[in-house]
Ligand binder design. Structure first.
Ligand SMILES: Nc1ncnc2c1ncn2[C@@H]1O[C@H](COP(=O)(O)OP(=O)(O)OP(=O)(O)O)[C@@H](O)[C@H]1O
Ligand SMILES: [Mg+2]
Length: 205
């Protein structure tokens, strides 16, 4: 594998999409070939699965169905888009990846963590990001930021307690995987966070 696989993680409204896009634009300006993508989604088939996952009318979805749909979306995304891009030497920037599954379905939904890791590795051929930014922020603050968006999707509609457990799970993951994780203070300004991320990525390249 020649490229660089960078993921952005964190609770709703922490700034993942904002920072992923800024990093992508920065690298493009430096003439570094890169791909900006996101989960769930990123390919035609994966986007169809995303619609099922985020539809607030699918309230009866059981947790294992949710888990397998995320993984189905990820398999398609990984093999159709991420791996080929990495093989051709590109930087792949992905807004959420498997740490989100561990945090939301593992910790949030109480599905045994070892099982989630095992089937995730099966679904992705064992692909692990080289660098993961955890943008950490107070759950209420994150929710406050996205409140203006119209309607809550199925995951966003969970209670604050759920999101607090998810935040805790992300922090534990970062502590357990220090070599690839960088924890970023999401309460800083967009510009400051962007600079911090750029510095880390440039050191990594
Ligand atoms: N550091 C920041 N300070 C203040 N506002 C921010 C910051 N970062 C992002 N925002 C704003 O907060 C909102 C949510 O940001 P963004 O969409 O990037 O979060 P996200 O982590 O992708 O959320 P989601 O998990 O819902 O996709 C946006 O309106 C964005 O402009
Ligand atoms: Mg986002």
């Amino acid at each position: 594998m020649e490229g660089l696989f960078i993921t952005f993680e964190g609770v709703e409204g922490c700034g993942k999409t904002t920072q992923a896009k800024l990093l992508y634009e920065f690298l493009r300006q430096k003439n570094i070939e890169c791909v900006l993508t996101h989960e769930p989604g990123g390919t035609r088939i994966s986007e169809k699965i995303r619609e099922i996952l985020l539809d607030s009318e699918n309230g009866e979805m059981v947790y294992l169905t949710e888990l397998f749909l995320y993984l189905a979306s990820r398999s398609q995304h990984t093999f159709e888009k991420i791996m080929p891009s990495l093989k051709s030497g590109k930087v792949v920037i992905c807004d959420r990846y498997f740490d989100s599954t561990l945090a939301y379905q593992g910790e949030g939904r109480n599905i045994p963590k070892q099982k989630v890791i095992e089937i995730n590795n099966f679904a992705t051929g064992g692909l692990i990001p080289h660098l993961t930014f955890l943008i950490d922020i107070d759950v209420e603050k994150g929710i406050e930021r996205i409140r203006e968006r119209k309607g809550f999707d199925r995951m966003e509609g969970q209670n604050t307690e759920f999101h607090k457990r998810v935040r805790g799970a992300f922090l534990s993951l970062a502590r357990e995987n220090k070599e690839r994780f960088r924890i970023i203070d999401g309460s800083k300004s967009i510009e400051l966070i962007h600079k911090e991320i750029v510095n880390i990525v440039l050191n990594f390249i």
